[in-house]
Design a protein. Structure first.
Length: 283
């Protein structure tokens, strides 16, 4: 069933595992991720950025596509459709009205007072609709939808204020993670993560899940991270498989023949992540 992220994340935090957010880029991603979740008996979050939503034809198209696939597949595991890095109240409202079950309001590029104000407004609307809300404090490094930002660690006091004043369901404190591949090993602020978890009672979210080693995943999950976002790793796996298929048979032109291997590569990548995050067999 289509549900918000609230219950799945709380169960994850309580029982020591994290739910993966895997971003959608087109139909094939939705197919691969829903199939992986059902096979693994894992709850799953389908992330949709504003740019990817637009690419797929709009939020309503995404919701209709996911609902139809779930019906065709007879999906039994909990699935959330989540707006990733929502930039404004208006975009979040648009997603909620299109049928998204969860939204992220990313006010992290604004001063904290403004971030809190935006987040509060989104929470008010979202909770009326039974939709969960994620907020961000500090900034994740790397590129997201063409916007490049430097890493800025989340401030403990700001995290506390934001959670207390807004009633958000989960918090993404930026602690050294990066969108896209890491240059060398990631250097995550686990000490800060622990301090934040001591003052906020909501599950934490880890962005930039691509390329984080298993030991760091396990550490973050053991501290109370209940959601981990992955996008680039699936894109790399898909691109590699499609490239291989086209290189091996330059005469190929039927998309089913060269995109099919890409879809399978996404599915296997997602299955691997679900096992690492511990969410397999938790649905
Ligand atoms: O919000 C989406 C993510 O944080 C994905 O990061 O592309 O580095 O896996 P990634
Ligand atoms: Zn992110």
């Amino acid at each position: 069933p289509l549900v918000s992220m609230k219950e799945m994340m709380e169960k994850g935090k309580e029982n020591g595992y994290a739910i993966g957010q895997f971003n959608l880029n087109n139909l094939e991603y939705a197919q691969a991720i829903l199939q992986a979740a059902e096979e693994e008996k894992s709850p799953v979050i389908l992330g949709v950025s504003e740019g990817a939503g637009k690419y797929m034809g709009g939020f309503k198209v995404v919701v209709a596509m996911v609902k139809a696939l779930m019906e065709e597949y007879g999906t039994t595991v909990p699935v959330a459709i989540h707006l990733d890095h929502g930039s404004s109240f208006e975009k979040c409202a648009q997603a909620i009205h299109a049928g998204f079950t969860s939204v992220m309001i990313d006010g992290s590029h604004h001063p904290i007072e403004q971030n809190i104000e935006m987040t509060k407004k989104v929470v008010e609307l979202a909770h009326i609709h039974g939709v969960s809300v994620e907020a961000e404090v500090g900034t994740v490094g790397g590129e997201e939808d063409g916007v490049i930002g430097g890493i800025q660690y989340a401030d403990l006091e700001e995290c506390k204020q934001l959670v207390e004043q807004t009633g958000v369901d989960c918090l993404a404190p930026a602690l050294g993670s990066v969108h896209g591949p890491y240059q060398g090993e990631p250097n995550l602020g686990f000490k800060e993560m622990e301090e934040i978890l001591n003052v906020v009672n909501v599950p934490l979210v880890l962005h930039g899940g691509t390329g984080i080693p298993l030991k760091d995943i396990q550490k973050a999950v053991s501290l109370g991270t209940a959601k981990i976002n992955v996008n680039t790793e699936n894109q790399i796996a898909q691109a590699k498989a499609v490239r291989k298929a086209l290189d091996e048979k330059p005469e190929l032109y039927d998309p089913r023949k060269y995109l099919g291997p890409g879809t399978e590569a996404i599915k296997q990548t997602v299955i691997g992540k679900m096992r690492e995050f511990g969410s397999s067999n938790q649905a």
